[in-house]
Design a protein around this ligand. Structure first.
Ligand code: FAD
Length: 383
């Protein structure tokens, strides 16, 4: 892999850095306290092309390669994981999946709106009864003439109450497990679809996370994304790239932890000198820096593999596993550098730790990533 960024990659990274410093960082504490990111941010993200990265320009996308997508995601994650997550889901899990699996009509209907930020997408896989074991989901879609009628429920859906379209996974066949699952593009204003925001989250408090209830939701048969019975493959292909995006967000968290710890350690004095001059504080800072560098290299490798058309699933799980655990460690170490001030939200590190914690849980917990990696290495499934 060539670790030198191209002129385009350097420019898009700088654009994202400036955007984060100007439009995100000044507001994160308020968004965290009020549990609401300013929704106007979506159109701004779309205006700069951040919601269309890697999507072909003919569908309103801004093109670019996966390393550019990772660089932008890192910067947004450095600013606020809630904002980063809005992009990772609306672009990463929804628009990119429509671009990969959709027919011409579906691409024309949704991609220009999603990439401009006029519309927001959400990804409905998890249910109250099935999280890690997603292939056992219970939501059903029954064919009725030219339509499907969907009944069921979804849990923990990022962007849930903001979304205009739900990429929804439901059982269409009698086959057990993943073979009977199909994917649908369900307009969020469909009669029978109710959304309830989940409050009181430990982190990602600015982000709208929702529970969805579907009672007799009718969609045309043309709303199916990809072939019937291939919905689980659609979901897994989305999540493989999604894991790279989560990993990139975690690099951003760890970088923010490093920046904050360095700044504070240079200013705060104890025992007559800046705490940066105490060896054990330097240990905390150097540990954070190693986590940042290692997580970044693993994540960039995934982007490079995708851009070269190579298999990347195992590497994406490795990156997500390592980067998410590294982000938690880095934020926790930064909090230690801040001492008691790290424990109050006037300072940024407590929020970094709260936001980082969910990264080891969603898009496959750390245990699930280990099973994915273990299966690839041994050739034996331990699920
Ligand atoms: P469970 O699957 O019940 O797991 C509980 C524990 O058991 C975990 O420690 C797990 O690692 C362990 N475990 C389970 N199976 C095994 C096994 N075979 N071997 C070893 N250990 C095992 N989902 C979506 O579909 N769309 C979203 O947009 C979305 N956004 C989310 C946002 C937030 C803030 C959160 C918290 C979750 C979100 N999720 C979303 C759901 C998320 O992906 C699930 O929470 C996650 O997959 C884990 O499922 P679960 O919570 O049901 O835990």
């Amino acid at each position: 892999m060539n670790l030198e960024l191209s002129a385009e990659q350097t420019a898009v990274r700088q654009l994202a850095k400036d955007f984060t410093d100007r439009e995100i960082t000044p507001y994160v504490t308020a968004w965290d306290r009020t549990e609401q990111v300013d929704r106007g941010i979506v159109k701004k993200l779309g205006g700069l092309g951040f919601l269309g990265l890697t999507v072909p320009e003919e569908y309103g996308g801004s093109g670019g390669d996966h390393l550019s997508y990772v660089l932008v995601t890192e910067e947004l994650g450095r600013g606020d994981s809630s904002v980063r997550g809005i992009v990772s889901v609306s672009l990463g899990l929804v628009a990119k999946t429509i671009a990969a699996w959709g027919d011409e009509e579906q691409k024309r209907a949704w991609l220009p709106r999603l990439t401009s930020g006029e519309a927001v997408g959400c990804f409905g896989l998890t249910e109250p009864g099935t999280g890690s074991d997603a292939a056992n989901l219970a939501t059903r879609a029954v064919r009725d003439g030219d339509s499907y009628v969907i009944d069921g429920s979804k849990m923990f859906i990022t962007n849930g109450t903001w979304a205009d379209v739900v990429l929804l996974f439901a059982r269409t066949g009698g086959a057990p497990g993943h073979q009977g699952i199909s994917a649908f593009l369900v307009p969020a204003d469909s009669p029978g679809l109710e959304r309830r925001e989940i409050h009181g989250k430990l982190g990602l408090r600015g982000q709208a996370t929702a529970e969805l209830a579907l009672n007799g939701v009718r969609v045309p048969a043309t709303a199916m994304l990809g072939p019937e019975g291939k919905g689980f493959s659609v979901a897994m292909s989305a999540l493989a790239k999604g894991r790279m995006s989560v990993a990139a967000g975690c690099v951003g968290i760890a970088q923010a932890a490093l920046d904050a710890a360095l700044g504070y350690a240079g200013e705060r004095e104890q025992f007559g000198k800046p705490i940066a001059r105490h060896q054990l504080v330097q240990e905390l800072i150097s540990d954070i820096s190693v986590d940042v560098a290692a997580a970044r290299l693993l994540t960039w490798r995934v982007a490079d593999l995708i851009d070269r058309g190579e298999p990347f699933g195992t590497e994406a799980s490795q990156a997500k596993l390592f980067a998410s655990e590294a982000a938690v460690r880095a934020a926790n170490n930064a909090l230690q550098v801040f001492g008691g001030y790290g424990y109050i939200d006037e300072y940024p590190v407590g929020k970094l730790l709260r936001d980082a914690r969910v990264m080891t849980l969603y898009e496959g917990t750390s245990q699930i990533q280990k099973l994915v990696i273990g299966r690839a290495l041994t050739g034996v499934s331990a699920f």
